[in-house]
Design a protein around this ligand. Structure first.
Ligand code: ZN
Ligand code: ZN
Ligand code: FE
Length: 756
C-alpha cells in the first residue's frame, strides 16, 4: 500500500512496524519520495484490519490523506522490517511543520535521573524541529541540519529500535552527541561558563538583554517586568511603539498576564504554539515599554526544551521579540546574528545546530463565540509548510508570488497548495533574497516545477517583477482584492459565487488607481467590482500611509471644507503650515492619487480622534482606534450612506467624517467615537453586501483584507449579515491581510486553468 500525506518524520514507520508485528504480518515499510510504501502479507482478516488501522490509529503528528492498496501474490515472507529510504521519482512526501516539545520529552528533561536531564535539544518522533532544519527530501538525518552530529551508541540504539519513541527521530540527540549551547558576549567571544543556560537565565533575571537562538531564528529577550531592560531593548531595536511578544513559563503564568478564554488557552497550549493576542489584565506584571497603550498582550508558551528550561530558571516572563533591527528580517544565520544583534543584546545564547529556514512566530487572535477558529494574523512557525487544499485543482504546477509587504509565496499542484512561511517586506533586499531562496527550496521539497506563475497586478511589486522575470512559464495576473476573495473562498472549499467585502490598506485596482474598500462579486476564477468606498485623494501619496493626519485633512476637504481648520486633537502634533499645504494638495489632487482604501478611512478617523497623527508600523492607527473602543457593546452607528452610482454602489463616508468631527469637538470620549464609527462601517457593509447579494441571487459573503484583522469590526458585521440570511466566510487558516494573497492567487489561477 501507498500512503500519502504528512507521514514522514512523524513516527509513521515505527507505528506501521508495531501494527504489523501485533497482527503478525510479514513485509516491510519504507519512506520514499512520495510518502510511505508498505507491503504486508498474512491472513486476509489481519491485512484488512491492518489497512483500516493505518488511518484510524496513525500517530498524532501524522495526517494520512490517502491509503491506496494493491493486491500482490504472497511470497511466503517472514518477519516485518523497516527498510531503507528510497529516492527517485517525484516527491510528494510532505515535510511537517516544527512541533512543540511533547510531554514525554518534557518529563525527561525535568528528571535528574534521566540522561537528557536539562538537555535543551531533546526531541522525539512526536515533537521537535522539522521544517526549519530540513535541507531536502526525503526527510532523513543526512538531509537535515543535524547531518554534522554523529549519534552516540545510546542515541543510535534508540534510533534503530522500532519499539523506541525515538525510532527514526531524525534530530535525535543527547548531551553526549548532540548540539550544544554557548553563551557569547556581544563581540562573539565565548563566556567561560560551563553552564551557559544557567548563566543566561541569571543574566536575564538580572535585567540583561539577550539574543537567543531558537527554532526558526533569533529572538531578543529580557524580563517583561523590568522597566530598564524593556526600555533599553526598545530603543536599541529602534522599535518605537509596536508591542513586544511575551513568553510565559506556563499556563498559570500566562493567566497572570492576560484574561484567557477556554479557546485562547487551547490555542496557547496547541502544538503549533502561536503568539495569542488576548486582553491584558490590569494588574499584569509587565513594564510600560512592553506594549505601550495597548489593551492587549501577545503571549506564547515555550515550544522548545531550551525555552522551557530558560523560562523556568529565569523565574520571570520574558519579552521574546524577533531578533532584528526595526523592519529587517529576523536573524537566523549565526554570523549575521552576531553582526546585527551584537549591537542590541548584552549577551548571545546560541548553539551549533544550524537553522535552514527562517520562520517567525505565528500570531493568532480568537474570535470568541463568533467563530470556533481564530483570526490568523501571521501564519509561520508551527503551521508552515502544512499543505492546504485547493477546491479547483491546479491542472499544471504553479507558483503564486503574493503581494509585497507581508509577503508569502505559494506552490500548488493538483488539489494541494503549500503556502510559505511569513517572508516579510520584499523591499528589504535581505528579505527579497530569502523570498527567492524560499521559492527554490519549496520547489525541491514539494517537487513542483512551476509552469504557470501567478502575480499581483501592481507593476512595481518586487514579487510581480520576480514573476515576470521567470523564464519559460505562463504568467497570470490576479487583481489584489480578488486574490483576497479567492483565498477565503478556497480555504473553505468554496467555488463561489460570492459577494466579497474586501477592505485593506492598498491594492492595485484594474483601473490603475489605489483600491482598498471594495465590494466584489464573483467566483474563484474572477470577480467584478460591484461597489466601493467613495475615493478621496491621498495627499503626498505613500507619505499619507505613515502620516494619518494627511488622510484626516483629505477627508475633511472631501466632506466639504475647502479650508478645514486644524482640529484641536491634532494641534499638538501637526504644524499649521503643513496642514494648509496638505489641504491644498487634497483640493488640487496634485501628487495625491485617489484611493478607495478603507484602511485609510480608519487612519483618518484615528487621527481626527487625536489618537495617531503619525504611525511607526503598518496598521497602527487602525489598531489603536479599535483598541480605544474598548469591549463595550452597542454604540449608535454614525451615518454612512450606501448610494447607487454608475457601475455599482458607493459607500459615502463624508457624513460619517463630519459626525466624527462634531462628536470629538463636543467632547465625546474616543471610546464612543470609535464604537460609533465601527458600527457605521459594519452597518453600511452589511447593507451594501445584502443589496448586491439580493440583486444577483447570491447567499454567500466573504469578509477579508487586512482591515478585517479588526475583531470589533468582524464582531459587528457578521451578525448583521447573518440576520439577513447570508452565509459569511472569514479567513481562518490564512491571514485576512496580505499573507493570504499568494494562496488566493494560486486558487484563482488554478480555477482559470480549469475553466479553459
Ligand atoms: Zn518528544
Ligand atoms: Zn547521544
Ligand atoms: Fe491587501
Amino acid at each position: 500500500m501507498r500512503v500519502i500525506g504528512t507521514v514522514q518524520g512523524v513516527g509513521f514507520r515505527p507505528f506501521v512496524y508495531r501494527l504489523a508485528s501485533e497482527l503478525d504480518l510479514a513485509g516491510y515499510v519504507l519512506n520514499d519520495d512520495r510518502g510511505v510504501l508498505a507491503e504486508a502479507e498474512g491472513p486476509a482478516a489481519a491485512v484488512e484490519s491492518f489497512l483500516a488501522r493505518l488511518s484510524s490509529e496513525a500517530p498524532p503528528l501524522a495526517s494520512v490523506e490517502q491509503v491506496s492498496p494493491e493486491e500482490l501474490a504472497p511470497t511466503g515472507g517472514v518477519g516485518f522490517e523497516i527498510a531503507a529510504s528510497e529516492r527517485g521519482g517525484s516527491p510528494l512526501a510532505l515535510v511537517s511543520p516544527d512541533v512543540a516539545t511533547c510531554p514525554a520529552c518534557l518529563s525527561e528533561i525535568a528528571d535528574p535521573g534521566n540522561r537528557r536531564y536539562r538537555y535543551p535539544f531533546t526531541n522525539c518522533t512526536d515533537c521537535g524541529p522539522r521544517f526549519t532544519i530540513v535541507r531536502d527530501v526525503p526527510y532523513d538525518r543526512p538531509l537535515t541540519t543535524m547531518a554534522g552530529f554523529e549519534m552516540c551508541v545510546r542515541c543510535r540504539a534508540e534510533y534503530e529500535d522500532p519499539s523506541d519513541r525515538r525510532f527514526h527521530a531524525q534530530p535525535n540527540a543527547c548531551p553526549d552527541c548532540g548540539p550544544r549551547l554557548a553563551l557569547l558576549d556581544r563581540g562573539g567571544e565565548r563566556m567561560g561558563s560551563d553552564d551557559p543556560l544557567a548563566a543566561a537565565a541569571r543574566a536575564l533575571h538580572g535585567g540583561a538583554v539577550l539574543a537567543i537562538k531558537g527554532l526558526g531564528g533569533y529572538h531578543l529577550a529580557c524580563r517583561a517586568d523590568h522597566a530598564g531592560a524593556t526600555a533599553a531593548l526598545r530603543s536599541r531595536k529602534h522599535r518605537e511603539d509596536k508591542p513586544f511578544a511575551l513568553m510565559a513559563a506556563d499556563l498559570p503564568a500566562a493567566r497572570s498576564l492576560v484574561a484567557l478564554s477556554a479557546e485562547e488557552e487551547r490555542l496557547l497550549v496547541g502544538r503549533e504554539r502561536p503568539i495569542v493576542i488576548a486582553r491584558r489584565r490590569l494588574d499584569a506584571p509587565v513594564a510600560d515599554a512592553v506594549a505601550p497603550g495597548s489593551p492587549d498582550l501577545g503571549v506564547m508558551l515555550p515550544y522548545t526544551p531550551l525555552h522551557h528550561l530558560l523560562l523556568a530558571q529565569a523565574r520571570a516572563t520574558l519579552v521574546m521579540t524577533s531578533g532584528n533591527v526595526s523592519d529587517e528580517p529576523i536573524a537566523y544565520d549565526d554570523g549575521d546574528a552576531l553582526d546585527r544583534l551584537g549591537q542590541i543584546a548584552d549577551l548571545v545564547l546560541t548553539h551549533d545546530r544550524p537553522i535552514h529556514v527562517r520562520a517567525d512566530d505565528s500570531v493568532v487572535r480568537s474570535l470568541g463565540s463568533l467563530r470556533p477558529a481564530p483570526l490568523t494574523l501571521r501564519r509561520s512557525r508551527g503551521y508552515a509548510p502544512a499543505s492546504i487544499a485547493l477546491p479547483a485543482e491546479a491542472a499544471r504546477p504553479l507558483l503564486a508570488c503574493g503581494a509585497e509587504l507581508k509577503s508569502t509565496f505559494c506552490l500548488a499542484h493538483g488539489a494541494r497548495a503549500w503556502v510559505s512561511h511569513h517572508i516579510g517586506d520584499l523591499k528589504n533586499y535581505e528579505t527579497l533574497r530569502s523570498f527567492e531562496q524560499g521559492v527554490e527550496h519549496f520547489q525541491r521539497l514539494f517537487a513542483v516545477t512551476p509552469e504557470v506563475v501567478a502575480h499581483d497586478l501592481h507593476p512595481d511589486y518586487l514579487s510581480t517583477g520576480y514573476a515576470l522575470a521567470r523564464e519559460g512559464v505562463e504568467t497570470i495576473g490576479v487583481q489584489h482584492h480578488h486574490a483576497h476573495l479567492a483565498a477565503c473562498l478556497a480555504e473553505h472549499g468554496e467555488l463561489g459565487p460570492a459577494v466579497g467585502a474586501i477592505y485593506d490598506g492598498t491594492g492595485y485596482g484594474t483601473d490603475g488607481t489605489v483600491w482598498g474598500g471594495e465590494l466584489l462579486c464573483g467566483d474563484l476564477a474572477g470577480s467584478e467590482r460591484a461597489g466601493w468606498l467613495a475615493p478621496v485623494p491621498m495627499p503626498g501619496g505613500e507619505r499619507a500611509v505613515l502620516e494619518p493626519w494627511r488622510m484626516a485633512c483629505s477627508w475633511l476637504v472631501a466632506a466639504g471644507e475647502q479650508r478645514p481648520a486644524l482640529p484641536r486633537a491634532l494641534s499638538q502634533t501637526v504644524a499649521p503650515e503643513r496642514w494648509e499645504q496638505v489641504a491644498a494638495l487634497a483640493r488640487s489632487g496634485f501628487a495625491s492619487p485617489s484611493t478607495s482604501s478603507m484602511g485609510r478611512l480608519f487612519d483618518a478617523v484615528s487621527a481626527l480622534c487625536g489618537l495617531r497623527a503619525t504611525v511607526t508600523y503598518e496598521g497602527q492607527a487602525a489598531i489603536e482606534l479599535e483598541a480605544a473602543a474598548g469591549p463595550a457593546p452597542g454604540a449608535d452607528p454614525y451615518p454612512l450612506a450606501v448610494r447607487e452610482a454608475a457601475g455599482g454602489l458607493t459607500l459615502d463616508a463624508r457624513e460619517t467624517v463630519r459626525a466624527v468631527v462634531r462628536d470629538v469637538a463636543g467632547g465625546a470620549s474616543t471610546a464612543l467615537v470609535s464604537g460609533r464609527f465601527h458600527a457605521a462601517v459594519a452597518v453600511a457593509t452589511a447593507q451594501a453586501c445584502a443589496r448586491i447579494a439580493e440583486a444577483r441571487g447570491i447567499d454567500l459573503v466573504v469578509l477579508s483584507g487586512g482591515v478585517f484583522n479588526n475583531r470589533l469590526l468582524v464582531e459587528r458585521t457578521v451578525p448583521l449579515l447573518e440576520a439577513r440570511g447570508l452565509r459569511v466566510l472569514l479567513p481562518e487558516l490564512l491571514p485576512a491581510g496580505d499573507g493570504g494573497i499568494s494562496y488566493g492567487q494560486a486558487a484563482a489561477a488554478a480555477a482559470r486553468l480549469a475553466r479553459r
